[in-house]
Design a binder for this molecule. Structure first.
Ligand code: HEC
Ligand code: HEC
Length: 209
């Protein structure tokens, strides 16, 4: 009888602790984010044009985890002239796996911001070009988790351009083991001209608004 009692008590204590830990992890994600990421990505994950830091709020957790891992192990290179990006890699490497998990869980739950960027009128040409992107990124650029294709709407045009050019010139997506990056690299190389790159960006900037 004694034994059964203490087993029940142990389970009760264990459950209480587990509950506490989940709460702690949730709270920590927000606190760790504001301590380590908000200086560049903003308090709400809305990014910073001055620091060339993109919107990360509301991106799929699996995508965030992959990018964080690839940023740390060099599979996703950043421009050497982007001081903030280079600085971020040290920050990421200084955090443990559990902390990074708590942070990406927090970031993926942040509401998607509506950016106030200028936008050109949509043309048939733009629509036609973007139709080649829709099979993975969807009609409104909202992304498709099943294909590991991220949301590309609600993102700064200058960031989209930097990434497209990085894929196009074989920097991002160049590692043979970076399966999803490689897919995107092929797509970026297929864009016929620099003028088409600009048309695509103008179109993407209007999505979701
Ligand atoms: C010193 C500034 C700085 C800090 C601090 C910082 N970042 Fe970044 N982050 C950047 C910049 C700049 C880029 C864009 C890199 C590029 O253009 O390739 C970026 C890109 C990213 C991306 C890729 C986004 C995408 O759409 O693929 C993720 C994910 C990310 N950061 C997560 C984080 C997390 C999580 C933290 C905190 C642990 C963090 N960053 C801290 C500046 C920063
Ligand atoms: C075959 C599926 C596929 C197609 C088609 C495709 N993409 Fe992608 N795209 C991806 C995947 C997967 C990623 C994530 C790559 C990674 O993990 O680094 C991506 C990433 C991106 C990114 C980087 C987003 C970020 O936050 O850093 C941009 C920008 C982008 N795609 C734009 C486009 C445009 C524009 C087109 C059409 C010309 C296009 N994609 C067509 C699969 C696709």
């Amino acid at each position: 009888m004694e034994r059964a009692h203490s087993a029940v008590a142990t389970v009760a204590v264990w459950l209480a602790l587990a509950g506490l830990m989940t709460d702690r992890a949730r709270a920590d994600g927000a606190a760790l984010f504001s301590e380590n990421c908000a200086a560049c990505h903003g308090d709400h994950g809305e990014g910073s044009p001055e620091l060339r830091a993109p919107v990360i709020a509301g991106l799929e957790k699996a995508y965030l985890d992959r990018q964080v891992e690839h940023l740390m192990n060099g599979k996703r290179p950043v421009s050497a002239d982007n001081a903030a990006a280079v600085g971020m890699i040290d920050t990421l490497r200084g955090l443990g796996a559990a902390d990074l998990q708590a942070i990406t869980a927090h970031v993926s739950g942040l509401p998607v911001p509506v950016l106030d960027e200028p936008a050109e009128a949509t043309t048939f040409r733009m629509r036609g070009l973007f139709s080649g992107c829709m099979s993975c990124h969807q009609a409104q650029g909202e992304g498709n988790a099943a294909l590991s294709a991220p949301r590309i709407s609600h993102q700064y045009g200058w960031y989209i351009k930097e990434q497209l050019l990085s894929f196009r010139f074989g920097k991002r997506g160049n590692d043979p083991t970076d399966r999803f990056g490689k897919q995107m690299k092929t797509m970026a190389i297929d864009i016929a001209s620099d003028a088409d790159v600009d048309q695509l960006i103008a179109y993407i900037q209007k999505l979701g608004r």
